[in-house]
Structure formats: structure tokens, C-alpha cells
Design a binder for this molecule. Structure first.
Ligand SMILES: *Cc1c(COP(=O)(O)O)cnc(C)c1O
Ligand code: SF4
Length: 437
């Protein structure tokens, strides 16, 4: 299949859109698509989405913007500007105002955790947790399609001048060499595997060379965080550089490194297409290990049976369930967000249904400024309810694995909404404030 993508500019030409959606529904996509990035491709249209029941199709809801993603007044504002053929500069101004209201940079992504070496900032990286450095290759800052709930959305619409980009792989190697606690490098984006293999090799080959030369004894794992298996399986099947990509995976393995692809899988239905299953087989044959992670999203996967089925399907396909995340406090969190207590209930009910093999999954977890905070659950002490939490990754590694408590709150969506129980502050807060200043 030849890759063809559709965006706001041309989505009305998709025949399935014309056949199945009402005029109002098409207009809604247009309105919301002006605010949040929107991209879909022919694989999803032809092989993945069930158009006869598109309202309830998780894949349709993952990639198409929904009216509910904007607040009513925001929707009305953009809708009336579009209806009145407002000049472009005025339209853009209003749209940008709305975007900035949707917290485009959660968890201090832009300014914190940027590694530095000899006074030189490694602008396309983040080093937050001791063992793992994130790397955002410049050409990997887009995806084969866009998830409507994506927390990287600002970089797709270009309001991030920095774009977390880097081509400074040699500085990266030097940084890993000097920071011997780093064992993992996680390539992320966007989707790093949207890069053509020859470009990807500009990044990977020097790392493998350094590893072979004994310069990176601490490095053990390379990860590629990707959605490509679900959004464009041809990346591993028929694209002209598919073979070369799988060869590169083999070369990574031959260097003695663990190679893992954390796959972004939101729903078991994404694993149904034959092409996707074939791609998974081919990746596994290269020696890479597949893991899965996904946010828990209202309107997409807020149902324990779907999660249980997803983890079981993953195990069946040799994918290791890894993370369930909470919806980040960005974009349309009011639309997609699931409260902490409800998320725990969904997780528990799903976890209860699967065997130990699928219970490798951890969550629900919030990637918050101090770290990855997992919701252990609701406990009752002396007749009062509390929420038990713990870090599974911390800005300070010593925070990990210590249960702590918050007051019960059914509405809370995020760590910031919770109030500490038994103490004035959460145990990590003082140290956290020092980091901020
Ligand atoms: C999740 C995450 C990682 C990886 O953590 P693991 O527990 O090793 O999977 C690394 N850096 C950041 C900023 C993260 O959010
Ligand atoms: S695959 Fe990931 S980075 Fe790409 S649009 Fe979806 S959530 Fe965003």
C-alpha cells in the first residue's frame, strides 16, 4: 500500500466520510480540527475503521477530532468564524488563544530535565529518571496519523519553536558515557520509526559503534517508542526500506543490546488487522521485544473488559503489557480524562480477569512533574477513605516504592487535584520545590 495521508485540508475527499457522516458531523471535525492537529491515513481508513458503526469505533475516535474536545464557547467561536469566512490571521489568533488555554506543556516538558554537557544544552533530550535518557530525533517528530488526545500535540501544530529536536548524537553518546547510571536510551517523538531507515542509521550506527568500541559499557537497552505497527504496519512489510529496518534491529541485537519497542496500543481492535499481526511477527523475528502502553481515555477505552481483552490479545501476539497511563493534563483532558478513583476501578477489574502473564502491566500511572505516580487504590482506615499512591519512577530515585496517601476524591483527575492525608504536604513536595528554584 502506498502511504496517503489526509488532514484538515483534504479529509472531506475521503469517500467513507462522504458516505457515512452527516454534514454537521463533517463540520464538527472541521471546527475541532482547526484547534487540535489532525491527520489520518489510507491504512486506517481502508483496513482499520469499521465505518458502518463509526460512532462506536475506537479507532475512528482515536484519530478523528470530536466536538466534545472543545468547550461549548470555544466551539461556537471557531464555528462562527468559519461560517463567516473570517480572514486567516484573525482566525489563527483566536485558535491560538484557545490552544494556549489547553495547557500545551504539561509536566514542565520544555524547560526541565534538559541534559547539559560542558555548558552545552542537549536540546533534543530529556534526562529525568536516573537510568533512562529520552531522545527526540529531529526527523521523528511526527506520526503516521495523529491521536486526537496526543500530549505532544503542540509540536505538530508548530507552536513549539524548540520542538524537542536534536541531531546531536555525538553529544548524546558523550553524555551517556559520562553518566554511567544511564542504561537505557529511549527514542521517542512523535514516532521515531516514521524516519526512513537511512536517517535512523545516522543516529543508531554511531551508538552501536561506540558500544562496540567499549565506550558505552553502561548502555544496555535501546527503545523505540512507536505507534507505527498500528498506524502503518507496511513500515515492516512492504515499504522500500522495511528489510533494512529489520536488519538494523538485528544489528542492535548483535551488539549485545536489548531492543524493545514500547508500542502505543489503545484498544484490542487495533491488533485485529492481518497486516498489523504480520508486522508484529516480523519485528519479533528480528529479536526485538514488544511491550505495550496506553493512556486510559474516556470515549476510547474506559472499560475494563476492553483492557483485559487488550492485554490477553497482546500476550497472544507476544507483546508484554507494560503501562496504563492516566490522561495527561493537556489538550482536551476534560473530554478524555478519567478520574483517579474510576481509573483504579477499571484497572482492578481488568487486572482481575487476566492471568499472571498479563499482569506485567503497571498502572494507572500519572506522568507528573515529580515522577510517575501509580494509583495503588482506595483504602479505608478507621472508617475514612483514602487514596494510596506510590512512585514507580521519581525525579529522586529514592522516592520510588514508598506508599503515600491522599484524601479520597472521586472527581480528582490528576496528582495536582489531590490533597495530602495525615500530613500538610506530600513527602516529596519540599524537595520538589527546591528543584523548581
Ligand atoms: C516513562 C518515562 C521514562 C521511562 O521509564 P521506565 O520506567 O524505564 O519505562 C523515561 N523518561 C521519562 C521522562 C518518562 O516519562
Ligand atoms: S502516536 Fe503518540 S506521538 Fe503520535 S499522535 Fe499518537 S499519542 Fe501523539
Amino acid at each position: 500500500m502506498q502511504y496517503k495521508s489526509f488532514t484538515l485540508a483534504n479529509f472531506k475527499k475521503i469517500p467513507q466520510i462522504q458516505d457515512h457522516l452527516s454534514e454537521q458531523e463533517i463540520f464538527d471535525i472541521e471546527v475541532v480540527g482547526h484547534v487540535f492537529p489532525f491527520k489520518i491515513n489510507n491504512f486506517l481508513i481502508e483496513k482499520s475503521i469499521n465505518w458502518d458503526d463509526f460512532h462506536n469505533d475506537p479507532i475512528f475516535n482515536i484519530v478523528f477530532p470530536n466536538r466534545g474536545m472543545l468547550f461549548e464557547d470555544e466551539y461556537e467561536k471557531v464555528a462562527s468564524l468559519l461560517k463567516n469566512n473570517t480572514p486567516k490571521d484573525r482566525l489563527i489568533k483566536v485558535i491560538n488563544e484557545i490552544r494556549w488555554k489547553h495547557n500545551p506543556h504539561p509536566a514542565g516538558q520544555m524547560d526541565k530535565n534538559v541534559p547539559e554537557i560542558d555548558g552545552h544544552k542537549l536540546s533534543g533530550s530529556q534526562h529525568k529518571y536516573r537510568e533512562t535518557i529520552l531522545f527526540f530525533p529531529r526527523q521523528g517528530q511526527t506520526c503516521h496519523a495523529y491521536c486526537s488526545f496526543c500530549f505532544r500535540w503542540p509540536q505538530f501544530i508548530g507552536i513549539d519553536s524548540l520542538k524537542f529536536a536534536s541531531k546531536e548524537v555525538n553529544i548524546l553518546i558523550e553524555y551517556i558515557h559520562r553518566h554511567t547510571t544511564i542504561t537505557d536510551i529511549l527514542f521517542t517523538g512523535g514516532d521515531p520509526l516514521i524516519m526512513r531507515t537511512n536517517i535512523l542509521r545516522h543516529y543508531i550506527d554511531p551508538i552501536l559503534q561506540a558500544k562496540k568500541n567499549g565506550y558505552l559499557p553502561n548502555l544496555r537497552t535501546i527503545r523505540f517508542g512507536t505507534k507505527s505497527v498500528l498506524y502503518w504496519p507496511y513500515r515492516y512489510l512492504t515499504d522500500s526500506d522495511a528489510e533494512d529496518l529489520l536488519d538494523l534491529f538485528r544489528e542492535i541485537r548483535e551488539t549485545g543490546l536489548h531492543l524493545t519497542l514500547p508500542l502505543h496500543i489503545n484498544h484490542w481492535k487495533e491488533l485485529v488487522p492481518r497486516e498489523t499481526q504480520l508486522a508484529i511477527e516480523r519485528i519479533l523475528e528480528s529479536g526485538a521485544v514488544l511491550r505495550s502502553q496506553s493512556p486510559l481515555m474516556r470515549h476510547i477505552n474506559d472499560n475494563s473488559n476492553d483492557w483485559a481483552r487488550k492485554w490477553q490479545k497482546e500476550v497472544e501476539l507476544n507483546i508484554i503489557p507494560y503501562y496504563m497511563f492516566m490522561a495527561r493534563d493537556t489538550g482536551a483532558q476534560h473530554y478524555f480524562g478519567v478520574p483517579i478513583v474510576k481509573a483504579w476501578q477499571i484497572f482492578r477489574k481488568a487486572y482481575n480477569q487476566v492471568s499472571g502473564i498479563a499482569r506485567t502491566v503497571r498502572g494507572p500511572s500519572m506522568s507528573a512533574t515529580p515522577g510517575k505516580v501509580m494509583i495503588n487504590g482506595v483504602v479505608e482506615i478507621n472508617g475514612n477513605k483514602y487514596i494510596s499512591l506510590q512512585f514507580i519512577q521519581g525525579r529522586n530515585p529514592d522516592w520510588v516504592g514508598r506508599p503515600f496517601f491522599a484524601h479520597y476524591d472521586e472527581k480528582a483527575l490528576w496528582l495536582d487535584d489531590l490533597k495530602p492525608a495525615f500530613t500538610d504536604k506530600f513527602f516529596f513536595e519540599e524537595e520538589m520545590e527546591n528543584v523548581k528554584h
